[in-house]
Write a protein that binds this ligand. Sequence first.
Ligand SMILES: Nc1ncnc2c1ncn2[C@@H]1O[C@H](COP(=O)(O)OP(=O)(O)O)[C@@H](O)[C@H]1O
Ligand SMILES: [Mg+2]
Length: 256
Amino acid sequence: MIRPSAKVLAFTSGSKGGVGKSTIAANVAAIIDAPVALVDLGFDGNSTASKLHGIDDNDDGILNYLATGAKLKIYESKEHKNVSIIPPGDLDYRYFLLFSTNRYAVAARFERLIIDLSRNGVKLVLVDFPANMDKSIHHALIAFSDIVNLIMEPSESSIDSLTKLYKEVMGFYDGYGVINTIVNMVAVDNDPLADYSRKYVNNGETMRIPFDHYARYYTNNGVLAIHYKTGGFTPAITGVAKQISKQAEQLMGVRL
Ligand SMILES: Nc1ncnc2c1ncn2[C@@H]1O[C@H](COP(=O)(O)OP(=O)(O)O)[C@@H](O)[C@H]1O
Ligand SMILES: [Mg+2]
């Protein structure tokens, strides 16, 4: 078996929703020049990541594929030709769980997808995780991720969720792998969370993205904020994309 060459980048926040996972994953995918795939597991938030790339499809998607091995439709982003979009699909999450009691089968399908995407020239696979995904499946897919981006915002529930998740991820990473923290929606430059979040980094970085009313407005209207003038979001997300690409290049030993 040829080993997959694409690196997998997870965007996750554990059980806390609304921290900006989809916004960040979709905009980062758009900034990177190399061929990337955006896997939208966001059945919790109306496929935000896919919609930001102009894809709004409710047929066979990643959930159908992971649960049953159904054929997968892969779309080209309407915004950036180098981005392939894999939308969530139409499978109800309760049914997904019903089919997915065997998480090893889910993990095997996920690995096959990464191999297939790699064969089609994809270099990075960005996975937008939903909040409250079944824990054992979440862990199984995180275990395939080369770079895990833990995303949080400055609320207590978000911090609790991050702390728990970091311990879980470290539990099966054994110190290997790259874990970054991204503190989103910070209001001030010296936000104490930025320091705090450093505790939850492994071979990685802690990054900050400011709260930006424009970014919220654009995202909620289904467009990528980086295409517009924003109050701080665009430079910050460009920095995040650069950092993550650099880490992936180091892992792959080649330039993207
Ligand atoms: N940096 C930011 N500043 C302001 N609003 C943001 C920012 N990042 C995300 N948002 C907004 O927060 C909400 C949740 O974002 P979303 O990406 O859907 O989160 P998640 O995928 O974690 O549930 C959306 O309304 C989005 O526009
Ligand atoms: Mg989301």
